[in-house]
Design a protein around this ligand. Structure first.
Ligand code: ASP
Length: 304
């Protein structure tokens, strides 16, 4: 059965887009790419694509990745000059002999495949992002995990997994990364095994403080437990328990999908939400649920 799950409530419109693609017979990879792209272009979302908060130099620097259950990968990191990164990740998946392209090379590759770069970097910042950057420069806000509750609660990486009618799985994610990060900083999101993973045993996508989460290879950890026979919800919870036991301050979240389209989700702290859709319901009929947390405390603005 076709199925979709995505991180955070703000991904709802993206899930509707992806559900429309699956409902019309489209494939999982197209659904995930276009679903994520819809979130990247939503200016209310301050943590991915246009609307995302910039790095310490005031430049929007994006990460995105896609992975299919038959092992195709495309990722871009520290991409500058564009309002969205997931279309560039798709071009890498489809057209590059490489799996990940970064920085200027990623930008040149995207341009070479028809993506139009902005002529002026200021065009890449939404009015809200410009205002927040001015506040950062004035010392009113500090760098750090970008939970910018001024516009929407729990803004974070958009991660999405889809299973299509043929039973294929695809996973993807996109983020503008930590707000006001050091130029060139890359978190877990575009790293296969960390921010996303998919193979015949299932798929997973993660969100949270990438600098802290990278060492746990969270997405791979979840899928690896499913390969060992664990149920998807319990696999997500086990991964979050491992993170929390090693570093109780680290805020991490993950959602996973089993090969039959079953969904699980868990977080180290309360407040993580996922958006779900299943075939047999209308494309607009998405469900927004809070995931189980392995600790009593709730998700805070900063991991440090
Ligand atoms: N994991 C992403 C990063 O660290 C952002 C997030 O999900 O909050 O870049």
């Amino acid at each position: 059965m076709s199925s979709i799950v995505a991180t955070w409530a703000f991904s709802g419109p993206g899930v509707v887009t992806a559900a429309g693609i699956l409902a019309n017979g489209g494939g999982a990879l197209d659904a995930v790419e276009h679903g994520i792209h819809a979130v990247e272009l939503d200016t209310r979302v301050t943590s991915a694509g246009y609307g995302g908060l910039p790095n310490a130099l005031g430049r929007l620097q994006l990460d995105a990745a896609l992975m299919t259950d038959d092992g195709r990968i495309g990722a871009v990191m520290a991409l500058e000059g564009f309002r969205a990164a997931v279309p560039a990740a798709r071009h890498v998946l489809d057209h590059s002999p490489h799996s990940i392209l970064g920085g200027d090379g990623a930008a040149a590759f995207a341009t070479g495949h028809g993506m139009v770069a902005a002529t002026d970097t200021a065009q890449l910042l939404s009015p809200h992002a410009k205002k927040r950057y001015r506040q950062f420069r004035n010392g009113e806000i500090s760098p750090g995990p970008h939970r910018d509750h001024a516009t929407m609660p729990h803004t974070d990486t958009v991660g999405m997994i889809a299973r299509d009618a043929d039973g294929r799985l695809a996973a993807g994610c996109a983020t503008s990364g930590m707000q006001f990060k050091a130029p060139g900083r890359v978190g877990d999101s575009p790293i296969v095994g960390a921010g996303l993973y998919a193979d015949e045993a299932g798929a997973a996508v993660a969100s949270g403080d990438g600098d802290q989460m990278l060492r746990f290879c969270i997405a791979f950890l979840v899928v690896e437990q499913m390969r060992g026979g664990e149920e998807v919800q319990l696999a997500c919870e086990a991964a979050m328990r491992r993170v929390h036991a090693a570093d109780p301050k680290c805020q991490a979240a993950v959602t996973g999908m089993s090969p039959d389209g079953g969904v699980g989700a868990a977080a180290t702290h309360g407040g993580f939400r996922v958006v779900r859709w299943r075939a047999g319901t209308g494309a607009e009929d998405v469900q927004n649920e809070e995931a189980r947390a392995v600790s009593e405390t709730t998700w805070k603005h900063s991991c440090v």
